[in-house]
Design a protein around this ligand. Structure first.
Ligand SMILES: Cc1cc2nc3c(=O)[nH]c(=O)nc-3n(C[C@H](O)[C@H](O)[C@H](O)COP(=O)(O)O)c2cc1C
Length: 280
């Protein structure tokens, strides 16, 4: 596989997204939103260059433009710009240096505290907050909001990378950010200008034969597509000098092989209970 050096055309972008030619009939006009979406790649090296003023507010407006389940808006975000706090959060995330490097670190929260307060102020019950369904709603709302912000940032020429490692030590993250009970940091998002000295490449995804099902789901039909993807990703890891053992199947299997493979996160249910979520 040869990655396109300057993936600006739709054909080149789609090629890079799948690591192989992707042909289909598209009976509509291409646009810059599609270019932004298909150009995504995580950025893990940032310049210290500050963000233009108003960027944070624009990103949050984009985030708030996402759909929200029943418009409950069960999410919030903490914007961290203080270098000392970014350093501490970086340590809590296993020493990921890009958290410290990026001028803006956004921590996206599943937030049920606001609704709890609203109902308590009115003397109303809030039993519904104690159910897994409501926690999942909040995590989905936070994810949709964050992804809108990420795309908005990328449309402005900024780089981003999500930080799921905010869930490595959730109680310490909650203390660092002053989170009340019923608020959980789902993940972080680094935002900043990519360091051109350390360019990142578009990472191929599974082909649509694996993820797109028409009318009914099929598991077995995915096997050939996964075998092809393993070949593509092995070449990608080599081209990008990535220290990944084997291919995608191997790498992914390793991540779910045991409770230890989940690192500290195997204990998440208990931690969520400690943070006030009942998850009945
Ligand atoms: C919820 C979530 C959590 C992630 N956590 C981390 C992380 O802690 N550190 C990191 O370097 N990348 C993290 N990533 C980035 C993924 O590794 C990346 O999106 C994936 O490898 C695909 O690569 P791409 O984003 O460049 O296409 C995370 C992505 C998501 C969606």
């Amino acid at each position: 596989m040869t990655l396109t050096k300057d993936p600006v055309t739709p054909t080149a972008l789609l090629h890079d997204r799948y690591g192989t030619a992707f042909d289909f009939i598209f009976d509509n006009a291409w646009n810059s939103s599609l270019t932004t979406l298909l150009s995504h790649c995580s950025i893990r090296a940032y310049l210290s260059k500050p963000l233009p003023s108003g960027t944070l507010q624009l990103l949050v407006a984009a985030a708030q433009s996402a759909a929200s389940s029943s418009n409950l808006q069960t999410w919030s975000v903490v914007a961290v710009e203080d270098p000392a706090r970014k350093e501490r959060l970086s340590q809590l995330a296993g020493g990921q240096a890009h958290i410290q490097q990026a001028p803006l670190f956004l921590v996206w929260l599943a937030d049920l505290a606001r609704l709890q307060q609203v109902t308590e102020q009115r003397g109303l019950p809030h039993e519904g907050l104690e159910y897994l369904e409501t926690f999942l709603t909040a995590a989905i709302d936070a994810s949709l909001a964050a992804q809108n912000a990420a795309i908005a940032a990328e449309s402005l020429g900024l780089g981003t990378v999500y930080i799921g490692a905010m869930r490595n030590r959730p109680e310490d993250v909650a203390a660092e950010l002053g989170l009340p009970p019923h608020v959980f940091a789902v993940f972080g998002l680094c935002v900043g200008y990519a360091d051109p000295a350390k360019p990142a490449a578009i990472k191929p995804r599974l082909s649509q034969e694996a993820v797109l099902h028409r009318e009914q789901y099929s598991l077995d039909a995915q096997l050939p597509a996964i075998a092809d993807y393993d070949t593509i990703m092995k070449a990608f890891y080599t081209e990008q000098n990535m220290t990944v053992e084997g291919n995608w199947s191997q790498h992914s299997s390793d991540r779910i092989a045991s409770a230890e493979a989940l690192r500290n996160r195997a204990n998440l249910r208990n931690i969520l209970n400690n943070l006030g979520f009942q998850l009945r």
